[in-house]
Design a protein around this ligand. Structure first.
Ligand code: PMV
Length: 347
């Protein structure tokens, strides 16, 4: 499709949000309102970049928005849901835009292009960083700036965890809340490290959205998962403020294992792990037995993320390389620091 006239391109960059205490379960009312309190850290180095621009072309019909990720056209329902909320919440602001801009937004005549410098939809929280960058890019395209709470609440409409990725540092998103809140900024803990182990680049077969609803509807452990996880969240916030890495590590392991246990017990059973994942999980348990300070967490995919301090990164990475070579796993290792909030890139 050739477009006649394009408006300025607005680019936003965001990093994934890695949950130490997981969000896994939605309330039945509202859009992506969590049943669990999650506590997360934003990851540096892994970045989603999203560009949004209006298309001035009077021949386009309603709902001609195009959404491309790595040049592949995407289903745009979630973006339309986000735009519907913008229409309702920011009616007054939209009325002050030029008539052309009002028409283009109401007809959804814009194009969104996104890319990630890490595997997409593979359990590396690309929906969190992508959703945060996308929301910020659309807000930029509408010449708006929003306070952090409002931006977080809007990003949540696209994808729950995206509300956490709008903020940098360590954040908490309370059960029932519409936005995430900061605990400490990214500079607070300079030697905190996350090592991302990419086990496979394959796209996951079951989205976290569907997996959460199957777990809620069929897992006998769902209610106890929610109770248990919420009890971990307060402890985790406290441990972050005290820079207590051992406590954070223990809580992270407890949270992800309980989340996966409740999903594995659902029917049909939800199992994101591969044989490579299990080899690594066993190796990590052995490393802890040998007093190496490393704790893992996992999301809706086979990848493993390690929590540690800067002083242990080299040793841990060399142990993981050893396991990867021994079992022929071809694991990719990426070191991340605590990342910063979503930003607009000035062109
Ligand atoms: O926001 P979603 O739909 O991508 O769900 C994220 C769910 C997990 O990554 C598994 C956990 C979390 O808290 O990030």
């Amino acid at each position: 499709m050739e477009h006649k006239d394009s408006y300025k391109v607005h680019t936003a960059l965001a990093h994934p949000s890695l949950a130490l205490v997981k969000y896994w379960g939605k309330q039945s009312k509202g859009i992506n309102v969590p049943s669990t309190t999650s506590v997360a850290v934003t990851l540096s180095h892994l970045t989603s970049s999203v560009q949004a621009s209006f298309i001035l072309d009077k021949t386009l019909s309603n709902e001609d928005a195009r959404v491309m990720i790595h040049n592949v056209e995407q289903n745009n329902n979630r973006i339309f849901a986000l735009c519907d909320v913008i229409d309702k919440r920011y009616k007054k602001h939209l009325k002050n835009l030029s008539q052309d801009m009002q028409d283009m937004f109401s007809h959804r005549n814009f194009i969104i292009r996104g890319s990630n410098n890490f595997p997409t939809s593979a359990g590396l929280a690309s929906s969190a960083s992508g959703g945060a960058a996308l929301t910020q890019a659309i807000i930029g395209m509408l010449n708006m700036t929003l306070p952090p709470k409002e931006l977080s609440s809007l990003a949540r409409v696209y994808s729950g965890s995206a509300c956490r990725s709008t903020l940098g540092g360590f954040v908490v998103w309370k059960a029932g809340s519409l936005y995430a809140e900061p605990i400490v900024e990214s500079e607070y803990w300079k030697d905190f490290r996350i090592i991302v182990l990419t086990v496979t680049q394959d796209v996951k077969k079951l989205s976290s959205r569907d997996a959460m609803s199957i777990t809620r509807d069929t897992s006998p452990y769902y209610k106890s998962w929610i109770r248990y996880n919420n009890s971990l969240a307060n402890e985790c916030v406290h441990a972050i403020k005290n820079k207590d890495i051992e406590k954070i590590g223990e809580i992270a392991v407890r949270s992800y294992t309980a989340m996966h246990a409740s999903s594995i017990a659902a029917y049909p059973s939800i199992l994101y792990w591969t044989s490579g994942t299990i080899v690594l999980l066993r190796a990590l348990q052995d490393m802890r037995k040998n007093n190496i300070p490393v704790w893992e967490t996992m999301d809706a995919g086979p990848q493993i993320k390690l929590i540690t301090l800067a002083s242990s990164v080299e040793h841990i990475s060399s142990c993981i390389r050893g396991v990867s070579d021994e079992y022929n796993l071809n694991i990719e290792i990426q070191e991340c620091h605590v990342g910063t909030k979503v930003v607009m890139r000035q062109e």
